[in-house]
Ligand binder design. Structure first.
Ligand code: B1M
Length: 213
């Protein structure tokens, strides 16, 4: 198989044997993010398709997620880092009811490598936990991730709870089930501060940079 197909295959098959050697080979021609957004994401998309067709079970998807995480963890050391520090603080979480964290953790890596101080609260984070963490950590913005359809709705609830708590910090949202339209209508409608949608982690960084400039 060509290298890009092999990389996608590790994710689809949920196997790490040979992964590092192939990542090293890919690094000779591509940047770490190109490898993640290209063949590795293509593998994940295929996993999602197979899962949707009942051709994979949750345990197998979990193994695919482990491979993706291992690949991202290995590639992280080769990512470009900026020397700037403390551009701003981002409080980051996957919303209540949702365990998907690969995209969120990618956002953390990219933001942290580019001068942001990131407080990652993990997965299944309820609005009240976020509100408490905002008071404790005094971030400049809050990042919410969620991949399930119900997570988009959970973001609306979170925004509403923030409003009731008197919080109007910028909120950055992302995740597969979200759209810009949903963000600008449904979520922003329930909130007093800015709500911004990022389709991927790099767009999230661009938005965060604009907010802090
Ligand atoms: Co789940 N899962 N999953 N899953 N899973 C999806 C999301 C699904 C689309 C698969 C499918 O059916 N085709 C489907 C959702 C259906 C829906 O609601 N529309 C689904 C389902 C149904 C489920 C369960 C309900 C299955 C079950 O138990 N029956 C269950 C949910 C549990 C829960 O959350 N309560 C479940 C569980 C799991 C695993 C645990 C097995 C595993 C997650 C492991 C983990 O994350 N630690 C898993 C996986 C791996 C997936 C798929 C296959 C891949 C997700 C992924 O990691 N992608 C996924 C199908 C798919 O997306 N193709 C699927 C790679 C990652 C880098 O992309 O997270 O989208 P992503 O992040 C992107 C952008 O979205 C964006 O940037 C990233 C790229 O740079 N982004 C942000 C994300 N967050 C951002 C935040 C930002 C900015 C950008 O700013 C703050």
């Amino acid at each position: 198989l060509p290298l890009s197909d092999r990389l996608a295959r590790y994710v689809i098959d949920g196997t790490k044997e040979g992964l590092i050697a192939d990542l090293d080979e890919a690094l000779q021609s591509y940047k770490p993010l190109e490898i993640i957004n290209g063949p590795l994401m293509a593998g994940m998309t295929e996993v999602g398709r197979l899962f949707n067709n009942n051709e994979l079970i949750v345990a197998e998807v979990l193994q695919s997620a482990e491979v993706m995480k291992a690949a991202v963890a290995y590639l992280e050391q080769y990512m470009e880092k900026s020397d700037t520090y403390a551009k701003g603080r981002l409080l980051l979480a996957t919303v209540k009811g949702d365990v998907h964290d690969i995209g969120k953790n990618l956002v953390e890596i990219i933001m942290a490598n580019n001068g942001f101080d990131v407080v990652n609260l993990g997965i299944k984070v309820a609005p009240e936990q976020l509100i408490q963490a905002i008071r404790e950590h005094q971030p400049d913005m809050v990042g919410l991730s969620g991949l399930l359809v119900k997570s988009a709705q959970q973001m609306v609830v979170t925004a509403e709870d923030f409003r009731h708590a008197g919080i109007d910090l910028p909120i950055l949202v992302g995740g597969a089930a979200l759209t810009k339209k949903f963000t600008l209508t449904k979520i922003a409608d329930k909130y007093d501060g800015p709500v911004l949608y990022a389709k991927d982690a790099m767009e999230g960084l661009d938005i965060a940079n604009q907010l802090m400039s």
